[in-house]
Ligand binder design. Structure first.
Ligand SMILES: C[S@@+](CC[C@H](N)C(=O)[O-])C[C@H]1O[C@@H](n2cnc3c(N)ncnc32)[C@H](O)[C@@H]1O
Length: 292
């Protein structure tokens, strides 16, 4: 059955308000909701809900009901999504999780991997990052888009946990990845996961709090920096993170509750990083920012 998106066109401010409304309408349900910049100069943005074709009438009505007071004049358009398995179908238990083209699965679910999946095998263990959390799944979706569109030459995964995001980058593109975590146990688990996923080289793992390691100087600056930590440390580390970003580079941030996102975006616009996209999953947002 085909996947579609229902979307409305607005300004950046309008799209952000619509994201809040849609987050309320769809609560904890398993719909991916996103705002995307279409034209920076003209301030044209789209707010989208991704769903299966069979759900269209019901979801369209719920969107219209949600927007009836402040955005009643907006036309709800629809577009078929070609061949992209976007929505994670199972965010509960230890079922495999789909995000972008990735399938994150435990060793007991190897037989669930389909021919076009980019499979990442992670067993639940002592480090965060099986793919089930909205922040990890959100990062995987944005990584898939950004790595395809921007072809980074190197990457940093700060707060790597299980190593899932570093493995995802390396599976998409044969580039050096530095993966760090404040927690030495996470680094040990991540090393094991890297090996288990058949990656013999290219991911350097280091224990480091924030940017406190010579590894950042040796491996950076980075074309892509991913950090799934919490809003407060992300805000604090904005200047250092920008310092380690190569010109034209991309940043993917998560661990941010929907209500906190403007503070994070403001902190990063203060270091000249431009907000490109926000996606929402289960109350958590993942933000893509770029230099310039
Ligand atoms: C939410 S988990 C994310 C794990 C994985 N990247 C993912 O997306 O599923 C956050 C990780 O960041 C690490 N962490 C928290 N604060 C950190 C800091 N200041 N510097 C480095 N790592 C940090 C934690 O130990 C934890 O493993």
């Amino acid at each position: 059955m085909s996947e579609i998106r229902l979307y409305v066109t607005s300004t950046e401010k309008g799209a952000a308000q619509i994201l809040d409304i849609l987050s309320e309408v769809f609560g904890e349900e398993d719909f991916a909701i996103a705002t995307t910049e279409v034209d920076e100069k003209k301030d044209i943005w789209e707010a989208s809900v991704y769903l299966m074709r069979a759900e269209e009438d019901e979801v369209r009505q719920r969107i219209a009901d949600g927007l009836q007071y402040s955005f009643a004049d907006l036309d709800i358009k629809s577009e078929v999504i070609p061949d992209v398995d976007w929505i994670a179908k199972s965010l509960e238990g230890l079922k495999p999780v789909r995000a972008g083209r990735f399938l994150v699965h435990g060793s007991h679910d190897r037989d669930k991997v389909k021919i076009n999946d980019i499979a990442i095998e992670i067993d639940a263990g002592q480090a965060f990052g099986t793919g089930h959390h909205g922040t990890t799944a959100g990062c995987l979706e944005v990584i898939d888009q950004v790595v395809r569109a921007r072809a980074p030459r190197n990457a940093l995964d700060l707060g790597t946990g299980s190593g899932v995001l570093a493995i995802a980058v390396r599976k998409l593109r044969n580039i050096p990845v530095l993966a760090t975590d404040i927690d030495p146990v996470a680094v040990k688990v991540a090393k094991e996961n890297v090996r288990r996923n058949g990656i013999a080289s290219g991911i350097r793992l280091e224990t480091a709090p924030g940017f406190h390691s010579p590894a950042f100087r040796h491996e950076g600056p980075f074309d892509l920096i991913i950090a799934n930590i919490l809003a407060r440390p992300l805000i604090k580390m904005a200047p250092q993170l920008a310092h380690h970003l190569a010109p034209g580079g991309s940043v993917i941030l998560s661990g941010i509750l929907a209500a906190q996102r403007w503070k994070v975006i403001a902190a990063y616009s203060g270091v000249r990083l431009r907000h490109v996209r926000t996606i929402w999953r289960n109350g958590w947002v993942t933000i893509h920012l770029m230099h310039g």
